[in-house]
Design a protein around this ligand. Structure first.
Ligand code: FAD
Length: 469
């Protein structure tokens, strides 16, 4: 890697007169930052990425890549665990070696970060290791270096939120970045927080063979997701033997001789060998010099941006979790690209959240796009249908009992959104996303061939049932 010096605009000669390359400086090398860097370099800019922990960011090193790699192992065990119904026996002794699983997880994350580093360097992007701090809207300080910029992109991400009486110690009380140092499966993992992260780890550790207690402050798990979908998941959790504590706010977590004790707001306690704190994230925006640069930050610490990622300061853009727009790697990457397309004068359309497909990687998975049940319940005009997978021939063959396909359409028949609850729902949501994006009607979706038998056949069947006669 090449340490950057305070730099002046680089002069390059293309086909004629000398032109001045636009200098782009990106603080934070996660998906928001590195995807932006690739676009900016493609558009001929002089690009510097400042990153303190490694290209790929938290997404690659501690969040998306490690969690989904762990879940890949859990998925296999879940499939094995339910294979008796398919006439397969004798798999009872199958178990995962968590130390080995976690070494694979960490190796894969590092390899992915190296791949991203190589790609950035191949594209001519300069990577500066260290913590960047803004000195106004067009300068970034990294240690004793000062880097001048024509355009800045802030993509510093977010970090696990901590409760004052439940600080992680990295051994027994853990946040999600610390789980991968475990050598042995926890005897009993208490997961505090039943949002996407809490639900995913509860599901994974349960499949890996740990006892799991999921502490949820709300009426049900996954309060931000489709209520029918969350109900299916909670039912699967409980039937599988997971302890789900609803309306239970964790007040404190303390170490004991044998493990941990979680005290709830009503005085009850839950004991376990380990505790995972999954109570949300806080944006990495403090001490960055944002205020001095004229960048407006909300009370929650998120950077305010418009739909092409502009902040309140001219020439300063922001992307990803530090903006709080939609905490997904895919959205961070798109915000970053849009910032560069806009800054460098390329064609750009505003970010459209209705087109974002997202997935909860539990067993079963929950995938969603577009209009939600909550919006319909609040008065948005739409018709809907929910088809349980239990009636799908392929699902029967595969022993899939839980899940559904739900489709929303406008009163005139245009597909507005959907939710799929199924194994690999993350793959099954794509046809619905295409339909929403291309503004297809339910009849157009229904008229497309699907493989028989297939779970995606239920998407076409749902569309058929929404036909307006
Ligand atoms: C457990 C978990 C699982 C997830 N799974 C998924 C998933 O399956 N799919 C999905 O789409 N999303 C998932 N997410 C969300 C996803 O991780 C984030 O939305 C994504 O990482 C946001 O990307 P980003 O570029 O904004 O920030 P990050 O990926 O957080 O990267 C920010 C980078 O900025 C660096 N940085 C911060 N401050 C400075 C500074 N001052 N100077 C230099 N560098 C700095 C950090 O070191 C970091 O590398 C998951 C999140 C969690 C917690």
């Amino acid at each position: 890697m090449h340490p950057a010096r305070a730099c002046r605009p680089a002069r390059v000669r293309d086909n004629g007169p000398v032109s001045v390359k636009s200098r782009i400086v990106i603080v934070g090398g996660g998906p928001g930052g590195y995807e932006a860097a690739l676009v900016a370099s493609q558009l001929g800019a002089d690009v510097t990425v400042v990153e303190e922990n490694g290209p790929g960011g938290a997404a690659v090193l501690t969040d998306v890549v490690p969690s989904k790699t762990l879940i890949a192992t859990a998925e296999v065990l879940a499939t094995v665990g339910s294979s008796g119904e398919l006439g397969i026996h004798g798999l009872g002794r199958v178990r995962a070696d968590l130390g080995e699983v976690n070494r694979r997880v960490k190796d894969l994350a590092q390899a992915q970060s190296r791949d991203i580093t190589r790609r950035l360097e191949t594209e001519g992007v300069r990577i500066v290791e260290g913590r960047g701090v803004l000195e106004g809207p067009s300068r970034v300080r990294v240690g004793d270096q000062v880097i001048e910029a024509d355009t800045l992109l802030i993509s510093t991400g977010a970090a696990p939120r901590e409760l004052p009486d439940a600080r992680p110690d990295g051994e027994r009380v853990l946040n999600w970045t610390q789980l991968y140092d475990l050598e042995e499966l926890p005897e009993k993992l208490v997961v505090v927080g039943s949002g996407v992260t809490g639900a995913e780890f509860a599901s994974a550790y349960h499949a890996l063979g740990a006892q799991v207690a999921l502490v949820s402050s709300r009426d049900r798990v996954l309060p931000g997701e489709d209520a029918d979908a969350a109900e299916v998941l909670e039912d699967v959790f409980r039937r599988g033997g997971m302890e789900v504590l609803s309306r239970s706010r964790a007040q404190s977590v303390k170490r004991t001789d044998a493990g941990v004790v979680v005290t709830l707001a009503d005085g009850r306690t839950v004991e376990g060998s380990h505790c995972l704190m999954a109570v949300g994230a806080v944006p990495n925006t403090s001490g960055l010099g944002l205020e001095e640069a004229g960048v407006t930050v909300s009370a929650s610490g998120h950077i305010g941006v418009d739909r092409v990622s502009r902040t309140s300061a001219r020439g300063v853009y922001a992307a990803g979790d530090c903006t709080g727009v939609f905490p997904l790697a895919s959205v961070a990457a798109m915000q970053g690209r849009k910032a560069m397309w806009h800054a460098l004068g390329d064609a750009v359309s505003p970010l459209e959240l209705r087109l974002v497909s997202s997935n909860v990687f539990t067993s079963p998975e929950i995938a969603t796009v577009g209009v939600t049940q909550a919006q319909v319940d609040a008065g948005l005009e739409a018709v809907s249908v929910k088809l349980p997978l239990a009636t799908n021939a392929r699902a029967k063959m595969q022993g899939i009992h839980d899940g559904f396909v739900k489709l929303f359409a406008s009163p005139s028949g245009r597909v507005l959104g959907g939710t799929v609850v199924a194994p690999r729902a993350s793959e099954l949501i794509h046809p619905i996303t295409l339909a929403v994006s291309a503004r297809l009607t339910v009849d157009e979706v229904a008229s497309v061939f699907t493989v028989y038998p297939s779970i995606s056949g239920s998407v076409a069947e749902a569309a058929r049932q929404l036909h307006i006669g």
